[in-house]
Design a protein around this ligand. Structure first.
Ligand code: ZN
Length: 391
């Protein structure tokens, strides 16, 4: 952020200088044009005399000198502006490090297969964002094959979300009715919330919609056990239709936040039903990378200064812990209480017979032949009885 501000300051400086020079240049040129046309008028008065008088010669000489001076002054001001512009470039270079060597593995994107995977992730991102034309273009240019069946859920989701953005509930209602059983299996209240919004829209339209709202309330029947309280509130609001819901205790039902919320609920539930992550994997990666890069660059610099670049050789793990916040935690992690290391694929956590958990490496270190003593409760057991735990 500080880097952005520093660059912005330089840009502002250039802009204000530019405006200043622009005004000044226009003024000088206007003055000059006026001066020259003045002289030209003076000279044209005496047309009968073909020769220029000494005084006129002097005036013309002065005029030429003035033009030369102005032009060279403008040129030097222009040059000065160039140096300010180049300062912005330098500020960008200074504030944004583009040298990422040593903090990334160069080979991760090498190879046809990996390139293809990367392109697929990018295409998926565009499909999710509804940028279908860009996705299609990328598919054509990279010659990757995306099954049209795989594309369909994204297109459908996008269509429904677009409709929701325009306060059109029908496509979402149709979709949730089709997937009712699966939605209920994952304890989703999406369909109820859609019906609820439709009902709220009816009651907000005044007493003439009372009958329609009452009829529509039949749609709540399948959800009566799960949303009893909500349905009571909605039915209660019917009493205030004549007076206007806006000035009733139910006014909060009309809050526009409900519409924003329903789009989120739909995205979350539909994505989980279709086995997709709510957020695009590409944007999650980029966000995580943006948070992780500054501390990694810092530590790289420290390592170079202290000449201990060899310290970070295990490229599978980061030299410092980077907390990306709760939303980026996808699975539990296990840190071995004995070795104080996070478990990995090659060093998974194991459960001992007594129920205590340590890492496999710790178990191997503690094992004495076919016997191992639990470091917590000294139950003696065979290392072979320990079971690997998979989170
Ligand atoms: Zn134990």
């Amino acid at each position: 952020m500080d880097s952005c501000r520093a660059v912005e300051k330089e840009v502002d400086r250039v802009l204000s200088k530019f405006v200043g020079i622009d005004g000044h240049t226009t003024q000088s040129l206007d003055d000059l044009i006026q001066y020259v046309s003045g002289i030209s008028q003076e000279l044209s008065v005496d047309v009968n005399r073909p020769e220029v008088s000494t005084t006129q010669q002097l005036i013309l000489q002065q005029c030429c000198q003035k033009i030369k001076d102005t032009v060279s002054r403008l040129a030097s001001e222009h040059k000065d502006l160039h140096s300010s512009v180049s300062k912005v470039g330098k500020a960008i270079d200074r504030n944004f490090v583009t040298e990422f060597n040593g903090i990334a593995q160069d080979y991760v994107f090498e190879g046809v297969e990996k390139q293809e995977m990367l392109n697929k992730v990018i295409v998926e991102h565009f499909l999710r964002q509804g940028m279908l034309d860009i996705a299609e273009e990328l598919i054509n240019e990279t010659n990757i094959e995306i099954d049209p069946v795989a594309k369909e859920p994204f297109l459908e989701l996008h269509r429904i979300l677009e409709a929701l953005k325009h306060n059109d509930l029908d496509p979402a209602l149709t979709w949730s009715r089709v997937h009712r059983q699966q939605l209920q299996a994952q304890n989703s209240s999406l369909e109820f919330k859609l019906h609820r919004l439709h009902f709220i829209r009816l009651i907000s339209q005044g007493p003439e919609k009372q009958q329609e709202a009452l009829l529509y309330s039949q749609n709540f029947a399948p959800f009566s056990s799960q949303h009893e309280r909500d349905i009571q509130i909605l039915m209660g609001s019917l009493l205030y239709m004549k007076r206007g819901i806006q000035s009733s205790p139910y006014a909060y039902l009309l809050d526009t936040i409900n519409w924003i919320e329903i789009a989120d609920v739909f995205t979350r539930d539909a994505c989980s039903l279709l086995g997709m992550s709510v957020e695009s994997p590409l944007s999650v990666c980029i966000r995580a990378g943006c948070s992780a890069l500054p501390p990694l660059l810092n530590i790289k610099q420290v390592m170079q200064q202290r000449q201990c670049t060899g310290v970070w050789s295990a490229k599978d793990e980061l030299p410092v812990e980077i907390d990306l916040g709760k939303e980026c935690r996808y699975h539990s992690i296990f840190a071995c209480p004995i070795l104080r290391q996070q478990s990995t694929g090659s060093n998974p956590p194991v459960r001992l017979v007594c129920g205590h958990c340590i890492s496999k490496d710790a178990l191997n270190k503690l094992a004495n032949g076919s016997k191992v003593k639990c470091p917590y409760c000294p139950v003696e057991q065979s290392p072979a009885d320990a079971k690997e735990i998979i989170f």
